[in-house]
Design a protein around this ligand. Structure first.
Ligand code: FES
Ligand SMILES: [Fe+2]
Length: 401
């Protein structure tokens, strides 16, 4: 393993290998990667409130979830809130540079400690002004005599498991003191994510959208490009070769990539006659995050960007919340930030006006589907197959197909 954890993983080599595979599909007349079989799933996979409760508890309450990137809280005293998976969590970068996470609740009488995320040196409660340092220690009580005998050391902020790894910040969204082994969680995807160099990414914009559908229905459309020609005919489809994709599995995480329209012209040519490829892919970070790395197409001049989209369960089995965030990669030109902002706005518009409209309509139909109705994931919808199998296994309610 190299010093930076990427094990000699070269994004440039990976980009070359991936483009070769895409070109081969185009040379074969427009084929695509396929897995061995289809998977049928009952509508109840999306609509059963018992499954929903189990997913909230066993998946969103137990697995590491991406809370943000290091650049979101770059300096000591920076903080952010993460409330998408139940308890509201406060993430703080300490004076020692370490990120810590706490429940956003005062140990005095339960007030919400932080509402606005401006940087600070102390965390002071808006109710009676108890104060905590950036390590979460209780360091100030007005009228201290009134709390004589209180074990202050035992009244620090309640800790939440958190880990920062190569620019990614993960939490487990419940109180706890354990460490998160990110390398183990990422498994075979770890060298790739280390190579993406996310520690150097600068946040540009983030948004949240409500979705009127089960969270998995909202997530599904991020996990396959099969829908792009029909669902995004004027927005995304013109930039891509339709129905061609390559797929890779990295343990519980996955990736797909589709060829840009220009790749059609690369058929029959050796790499030496082609422009230097850049790394691009859509990474499915289990359980709920889609991580896109590439260049802006259609807006700007192919500037590099990093974006991720997270889907969380909403208040009921038929509601979800989508978070979208875009970043400027390390070495990216800050002059391109306006283009990144424009691209983010247009992606969110496409997601909300095209993907989530379909997801919400599908939700209504699935919620009232006739008994025995089953959905079918094709051999080209392998990300969905694996995600749904894994989710079902983790909650102990296997899919009966
Ligand atoms: S509730 Fe926070 S100081 Fe009283
Ligand atoms: Fe889509």
């Amino acid at each position: 393993m190299s010093a930076n954890g990427s094990a000699g993983f070269s994004l440039a080599d990976e980009a070359r290998r991936m483009r070769r595979r895409l070109i081969a599909h185009i040379e074969a007349g427009g084929t695509t990667d396929l897995v061995a079989g289809t998977l049928g799933v009952p509508a109840s996979v999306y609509t059963d409130p018992a499954r929903f409760a189990a997913e909230q508890h066993d998946i969103f309450g137990e697995l590491p979830l991406l809370a943000g990137l290091s650049g979101d809280i770059a300096r000591p005293g920076d903080l952010m809130l993460f409330d998408a998976a139940g308890s509201e969590i406060l993430l703080v970068r300490g004076h020692d540079g370490t990120v810590r996470a706490f429940l956003n609740i005062c140990r005095h009488r339960g007030a919400r400690l932080v509402t606005h995320c401006e940087p600070r040196q102390r965390i002071s409660c808006p109710f009676h002004n108890w104060s905590y340092d950036l390590d979460g220690r209780l360091v100030g009580i007005p009228v201290g005599a009134a709390f004589e005998g209180l074990d202050r050391a035992a009244h620090g902020l309640l800790r939440v498991p958190v880990a920062e790894w190569h620019g990614m910040i993960f939490v487990i969204a419940r109180p706890g003191e354990e460490t998160i082994d990110v390398r183990e969680f990422l498994g075979p995807a770890a060298p790739l994510f280390a190579a993406l160099d996310l520690a150097g990414a600068t946040p540009v914009h983030a948004d949240t959208l409500p979705v009127r559908a089960n969270w998995k229905l909202a997530l599904d459309s991020f996990c396959e490009p099969y829908h792009v020609p029909a669902a995004h005919p004027r927005t995304l489809a013109p930039a891509l070769v339709p129905w061609v994709a390559i797929y890779d599995r990295f343990g519980i995480h996955q990736r797909y990539a589709s060829p840009g329209a220009e790749v059609k012209d690369y058929a029959g040519k050796p790499d030496t006659e082609l422009p230097e490829p850049y790394y691009q892919g859509v990474h499915s970070l289990f359980p709920n995050t889609t991580f896109t790395v590439g260049r802006l197409v259609g807006i700007g001049n192919r500037e590099p960007f990093i974006a991720f989209y997270r889907i969380f369960p909403g208040d009921s089995v038929g509601e979800a919340v989508a978070h979208g965030s875009i970043y400027l990669p390390r070495g990216g030109d800050p002059a391109t930030i306006p283009d990144l902002e424009k691209a983010h706005a247009s992606i969110m518009q496409v997601v909300s006006g095209e993907d989530f409209v379909i997801a919400a309509d599908s939700w209504k139909r699935l919620a009232s589907a006739p008994p025995g109705y089953r959905l079918t994931f094709g051999r080209n919808e392998m990300l969905l197959q694996q995600n749904h199998r894994l989710i079902a296994d983790l909650i102990g309610m296997p899919i009966v197909s």
